[in-house]
Ligand binder design. Structure first.
Ligand SMILES: [Zn+2]
Length: 475
């Protein structure tokens, strides 16, 4: 049986989840569900990045312990995975013992000559937990946070990234580690070709406030949070004990990340693995960002959309639908409440929901016998969309089927057939429509799992009933 292992990035838990997290959860969930449905032995890992200095600072400001802060915040992310019906097999927390042990094992496996100690003075962004070079700044500020950087001087461990320049260029150019989309691959290649600088992989115990994974054999140093966080992809598979999961699922088939952390995943992560002699992941899929009503999402603008509130108001599948259909898989997209409501009404309530209740209602009224002759193989129609991460195109393909079925029912006028007593023809039309709807429900399984199940339940019953609407009208 082929295996499939996929991951989301693990979010910092120093703030509440935003719509970008929801997008990444849902995209990755589609990949995992699709592979499970296709019969692959699938493992889907998500989790929380808890060892960040930002958590220490946030806890200090709230006068609570860092542990209490991460417990509380991590739970909100775990709640979001439940609200969105995410099918993850595990949720790794980086404060877990197995994570500490795994991160330390990875460090210890790195070639001795790749990790060295040096005095370092650099420009540090607390937001990114990363050092920046002058040339990477925008207007003297962090390109991500648009904030000034701190000048930090201390003795740290460094990773000899320069040792891997040629090798990294080769594995990315040849798609040995494939980066999707191609524009992101080119971005990474040109970054590598500009020359790779060694990067800091630890910080002092003091600056870390003692929070994080200590460097093996040097208690005075705490692992740089990115070194620790990236290792979650293997520590969550019980890398520390070389467990069954690691042997079965590694290397990762698809890491899903946002464009802001591409360098960590496309350059640092494979270099760390090469140094440690661990197999490389196969693919990195990079999604875009979501803007809110034409503006960049930001706390200071007060336009952050809480995905938990969206799900509470509109339901899980409508939010999943919007993220998959109307947010471009790789380009930046705009989100607006009106757009969400328009899509809900047009595509879900009037589109799919109306078709299902119209056909089920006609069957119920006329006591028609329906038999579903569904071919399991039609899930394969989705292959090319899933392989190419074209979630929006997949939804478009399914909604074209829905439209065709709608047109079919309108043209055949089954209500007129019923009135004229043409029972045989009526049964034929409603059987055709029911089988079409059932196929749509099968195709929808990885995307809108709950809706897919509800529709199948309606049409698999001995006696089909109209029931309550799948998508109640918005008031
Ligand atoms: Zn920053």
């Amino acid at each position: 049986m082929p295996k499939f292992y996929t991951t989301t990035s693990i979010p910092y838990v120093n703030a509440r989840p935003h719509l970008g997290h929801a997008l990444e959860f849902v995209q990755t969930d589609v990949l995992a569900r699709y592979h499970k449905l296709s019969g692959d032995d699938t493992f889907f890992l998500t989790g929380a990045d808890e060892n960040s200095l930002k958590n220490v600072q946030a806890a200090e400001a709230l006068k609570i312990s860092t542990k209490d802060l991460v417990d509380k915040n991590t739970k909100i992310f775990a709640d979001l995975t439940k609200a969105l019906n995410i099918s993850n097999d595990d949720f790794i927390r980086t404060i877990e013992k197995k994570h500490f042990a795994g991160a330390q094992k990875l460090w210890s496996l790195c070639k001795k000559e790749d990790i060295y100690k040096k005095k370092y003075k650099g420009l540090y962004c607390v937001g990114c937990e990363a050092f920046y070079l002058e040339k990477d700044l925008v207007g003297g500020k962090c390109p991500e946070h648009k904030k000034p950087l701190e000048s930090v001087e201390e003795e740290n461990y460094f990773f000899k990234l320069s040792n891997y320049q040629k090798q990294l260029e080769k594995i990315i150019e040849s798609d040995t580690y494939e980066i999707v989309p191609n524009s992101r691959k080119n971005e990474v290649l040109s970054f590598i070709r500009m020359g790779l600088e060694d990067f800091s992989v630890s910080r002092s115990f003091e600056r870390a406030h003692g929070w994080g994974v200590s460097v093996p054999g040097d208690e005075k140093q705490i692992m740089y949070v990115w070194f620790d966080a990236l290792s979650n992809y293997i520590t969550g598979l019980d890398f520390a004990t070389n467990g069954h999961r690691f042997k079965q699922y590694w290397p990762c088939d698809v890491h899903v990340v946002g464009k802001g952390i591409i360098r960590f995943h496309a350059v640092y992560w494979p270099a760390m693995l090469l140094s440690a002699g661990v197999d490389l992941p196969k693919k990195l899929f990079v999604h875009g960002y979501i803007n809110i009503e034409g503006e960049k999402m930001s706390k200071s603008l007060g336009n952050v959309i809480d995905p938990l509130e969206l799900v509470a108001k509109y339901g899980c599948d409508p939010v999943r639908y919007y993220l998959l259909r109307h947010i471009h898989p790789v380009l930046d997209s705009d989100f607006g409440i009106k757009k969400l409501e328009d899509a809900y009404t047009a595509d879900l309530a009037n589109g799919l929901g109306n078709l299902v209740s119209r056909v089920a209602g006609l069957i119920e009224q006329n006591s028609v016998k329906v038999s579903i002759k569904y071919q399991v193989s039609s899930i394969k129609f989705m292959d090319k969309y899933i392989e190419n991460f074209q979630f929006d195109q997949a939804m478009k393909f399914i909604w074209e089927k829905i439209t065709k079925l709608d047109v079919y029912v309108s043209e055949k006028e089954p209500w007129a057939l019923a009135k004229a007593g043409k029972t045989e023809e009526l049964a034929k039309v409603l059987n055709e429509a029911s089988n079409g709807i059932f196929e749509v429900a099968k195709l929808l399984e990885p995307f809108l799992p709950d809706t897919a199940k509800k529709i199948q339940d309606v049409f698999e019953k001995e006696e089909i009933r109209k029931g309550s609407p799948l998508f109640p009208r918005l008031v």
